[in-house]
Design a protein around this ligand. Structure first.
Ligand code: ADP
Ligand code: MG
Length: 336
């Protein structure tokens, strides 16, 4: 019998009511104490994946596959169970804490609310826990009295992390947790997340468009393109020795953590990820790929071995990638 994973996602597919196939056949797993980075440009399905794990997608969205959390399929749970799982099983830290915190309530009250609800704590017990959580994330317990607008962006993101930890979850999903912050604060928040994950033996899924940030923080990386995982492996391997041309372009685009010039658009990679309602045929990356073969326009590739515990969904993955020309590929369909 194989050991049970903390999180085991099997063949996850998400199609929005609009017809957008935003997540396609994703498999991934996280163990306690393990940090998985999910990379990809904006629009590749990272947030959709995160939201699907906790069934936070809008009504009318079709979700299939399995999301096994401690062996139990979140997608098959009754709503009462899902609500409990959202705090005590796995919780999400979003980008832009100002939008997630309620502006008219003191942050202490916002942290105690889930503790009262899900941990059946007394009001005094919940307040004490809230103070402890604030101290854990590097804020004085007395900041519980503050309103969100009285805190800096970095402090608010610390509060979001404290809230995510409120009900002792086993898994934290952090969706671009530092993207809105400046580089110094970004580094502090990343170190805080790493420290908490190590101390509490949590599983972590960290989502970012920035491969440098992920490779610095995570053990393993999954690179998403057009809703699929197109490359996965040990973080340093994927970052330094990407075997999918998309992974290679992302790692070239983010040579240093927080490189301001490359934060939003990978340099040297023309065009944009495809619209998930109108995906290209064959390998969905072929219109942007500098090393595409004719066959790539019609044949899609499954993940294949590209090194030790390293897989890539590219026809070239088994061999060393051909040198990539610096000019735009001849077949590029540029979006205006
Ligand atoms: P990422 O987080 O990687 O930027 P998202 O998961 O937010 O990507 O989006 C993936 C794709 O799904 C995008 O093409 C986006 O436009 C589409 N999408 C996101 N939310 C919705 C929605 N509520 N309805 C329809 N399409 C959506
Ligand atoms: Mg997103």
């Amino acid at each position: 019998m194989s050991e049970q994973r903390l999180l085991d996602v099997r063949n996850l597919e998400v199609t929005y009511a609009s017809g957008a196939a935003a997540v396609r056949g994703v498999n991934l797993s996280v163990d306690a104490g393990q940090k998985l980075g999910v990379a990809g440009e904006s629009g590749c399905g990272k947030s959709t994946l995160a939201l699907a794990l906790l069934r936070l997608l809008p009504a009318g969205t079709k979700v299939t596959g399995e999301v096994l959390l401690d062996g139990e399929d979140v997608l098959a749970m009754k709503w009462g169970q899902v609500r409990a799982v959202r705090w005590a099983g796995a919780s999400i830290v979003f980008q832009g804490a100002m939008h997630s915190l309620n502006a008219v309530h003191r942050i202490g009250d916002q942290i105690t609310e889930p503790i009262l609800l899900h941990k059946k704590a007394t009001p005094a017990g919940a307040r004490k826990k809230a103070g402890e959580l604030l101290e854990q994330v590097g804020l004085p317990a007395a900041r519980a009295q503050a309103y969100p607008h009285e805190l800096s962006g970095g402090q608010r993101q610390r509060v979001m992390i404290a809230m995510a930890l409120a009900c002792d979850p086993r898994l934290i999903i952090a969706d671009e947790p530092t993207t809105a912050l400046d580089v110094m604060i970004q580094a502090q928040i990343l170190r805080l997340i790493e420290q908490l994950v190590a101390e509490q033996d949590l599983g972590l899924i960290m989502i970012s468009h920035d491969l440098a940030v992920l490779s610095d923080t995570c053990d393993r990386l999954a690179v998403m393109y057009a809703g699929r995982v197109v490359e996965e492996g040990p973080a340093s391997e994927v970052y330094e020795n990407a075997r999918h041309p998309y992974g290679k372009a992302l790692s070239a685009a983010f040579p240093r953590i927080g490189d301001a010039t490359s934060r939003f658009a990978p340099r040297g990679l023309p065009g944009d990820p495809p619209d998930p309602s109108a995906l290209p045929t064959g390998c969905t990356f072929h219109p942007r790929c500098p090393v595409a073969l004719d066959s790539c326009t019609t044949e899609d590739q499954a993940l294949r071995d590209a090194g030790p515990r390293h897989r890539a969904a590219c026809v070239h993955a088994g061999a060393q990638l051909p040198a990539q020309p610096t000019s735009a590929p001849a077949t590029a369909e540029r979006t205006p």
